[in-house]
Design a protein around this ligand. Structure first.
Ligand code: F6P
Length: 357
C-alpha cells in the first residue's frame, strides 16, 4: 500500500492535470494499492489540512484539461518560516499533516519558489518527488518544463495575429510576453512569430539600437516592425543600477510595464504610431498542446515509478532528450537563464533579429 499526497503550487500552467494523471495511471497500472490525498490550493492545503481523497477515476478525462483539478496558490518561500496570522508554524503544520495521514510521499508540482519549499520539506525529513511546471521554463536542472510549449504556442499566435494588422497599418507593434525574470518564452515565441526585435532580461537593451533597427527596416521598405518584449526586459542603463537604486527608481515609475515605456520612447524617437499588446494570462490558460500532454505524461509516469521504487528527494526532469531524476538540493534556489552566448541567440542574430544590444 502506498499513501501519496499531491499538490500543485504557484502560478498554474497547462499540463498540470496531464502530469498528475501520468503519476496516478502508473501507480494504478502497477496494481499496487494506492491512496491519494489531493491537497487543495498548493501548500496552503498542506498547511491547513485541506485535502480530498482521490481515486484513479478522478484522473480520467483530464489529460486535455487546462488549470489544475487541485487548485493552486502562491505561498512565498520568503515567509514560509514566519508564523501565519494566528501564530501557526507553517512548516511544522505541513509536517504534522503529512505524518497524520501516514503518507509515504508527497508529489509536488511547481516552479522555482515551489522547489525551494519542497527542498526544505525534504531537509525536514519528508519524502518528496517534484515535477517541473512553469510557462517560464526557468527551472534549473531540466532543459524543459511543462506548460512552456503550450505558452509558446499561445504567445506565437498573438504575434501572428499582430503581424497582419501591423502590416495593414504600417505600425510598430510591441507584444509583451510573460516569463518573469527570464526570456525563454519571448525568445521562442518571438522567433516562431517572426519578430524583428526581441528584448529579453538576459540581454539588456539600448533604446538607440532598437530605434536603429526600426529605421533600418523602414529604409529597406518594411512598413511595420514587430517587437517581442519580455515582461522582465531591462535597459542597459537600468541593468547597471544596484538593486537598491533600481527599487528606488521603480517607486516613481509611471508606466504599467516596460513595453509602454518602450512604446513612448519609440514613438518620440521615430514618429511612428506604436501599439502595445499584452496577451498576459492567456499564455497560461487553455488546453495543453500535444507536446506538453506527452511530455507531462512521461514525467508523471517516471515519478510514479520512483514512488514504486521508494526513491525520493528528486525532481523528475529532462536533460539531453532523456528523462532524468535530479536531486532536489541541486534544483532549489537556482534560475535557468538564457546565456547571451547561446547558439539560439547567435542564430537569431545571424538572421537579422535585433536584441537591442
Ligand atoms: O511564473 C509564471 C508567471 O505566469 C510569470 O510568467 C508571470 O510573471 C507570473 O507568473 C504572473 O503571476 P501572477 O499569476 O501571480 O500574476
Amino acid at each position: 500500500m502506498k499513501r501519496i499526497g499531491m499538490l500543485t503550487s504557484g502560478g498554474d500552467c497547462q499540463a498540470l492535470n496531464a502530469a498528475m494523471r501520468g503519476v496516478v495511471k502508473c501507480l494504478v497500472n502497477s496494481k499496487e494499492d494506492v491512496e491519494i490525498y489531493g491537497f487543495i490550493d498548493g501548500y496552503r492545503g498542506l498547511i491547513y489540512g485541506n485535502f480530498r481523497m482521490l481515486e484513479g477515476r478522478d484522473f480520467s478525462g483530464i489529460l486535455t484539461k487546462g488549470g489544475t483539478i487541485l487548485g493552486s496558490s502562491r505561498t512565498p518561500f520568503k515567509t514560509i518560516k514566519d508564523p501565519d496570522e494566528n501564530g501557526l508554524d507553517k512548516i511544522d503544520a505541513m509536517k504534522q499533516n503529512y505524518y497524520k495521514l501516514r503518507l509515504d510521499c508527497l508529489v509536488i508540482l511547481g516552479g522555482n519558489g515551489t522547489h525551494k519549499t519542497a527542498n526544505l520539506l525534504r531537509e525536514e525529513g519528508l519524502n518528496i518527488i517534484t515535477l517541473p511546471k512553469t510557462i517560464d521554463n526557468d527551472l534549473w536542472g531540466t532543459d524543459m518544463t511543462f506548460g512552456f510549449q503550450s505558452a509558446v504556442n499561445i504567445a506565437t499566435d498573438a504575434i501572428d495575429c499582430i503581424h497582419t494588422t501591423a502590416a495593414s497599418h504600417g505600425r510598430v507593434f510591441i507584444v509583451e510576453v510573460m516569463g518573469h525574470k527570464v526570456g525563454w518564452l519571448t525568445l521562442n515565441a518571438g522567433m516562431a512569430g517572426g519578430a524583428d526585435i526581441i528584448l529579453i532580461p538576459e540581454i539588456p537593451y539600448n533604446i538607440k539600437k532598437v530605434v536603429e533597427k526600426i529605421k533600418e527596416r523602414n529604409e529597406n521598405g518594411s512598413r511595420f516592425t514587430i517587437l517581442a518584449v519580455a515582461e522582465g526586459a531591462i535597459s542597459q542603463a537600468d541593468a547597471k543600477l544596484s538593486k537598491k537604486e533600481y527599487k528606488e527608481k521603480m517607486k516613481n515609475y509611471k508606466f504599467p510595464s516596460v513595453s509602454y515605456e518602450l512604446a513612448q520612447q519609440i514613438q518620440e524617437m521615430t514618429g511612428h504610431e506604436v501599439r502595445v499588446t499584452v496577451p498576459g494570462h492567456t499564455q497560461r490558460g487553455g488546453s495543453p498542446c500535444p507536446y506538453d500532454r506527452v511530455f507531462a505524461s512521461r514525467l508523471g509516469a517516471e515519478a510514479g515509478e520512483l514512488i514504486l521504487k521508494g526513491e525520493y528527494g528528486f525532481m523528475v526532469g529532462y536533460r539531453n532528450r532523456e528523462v532524468v531524476k535530479v536531486p532536489l538540493e541541486e534544483v532549489a534556489g537556482k534560475l535557468k537563464v538564457i546565456s547571451p552566448d547561446a547558439s539560439i541567440v547567435k542564430e537569431a542574430k545571424l538572421m537579422g533579429i535585433s536584441f537591442g544590444d
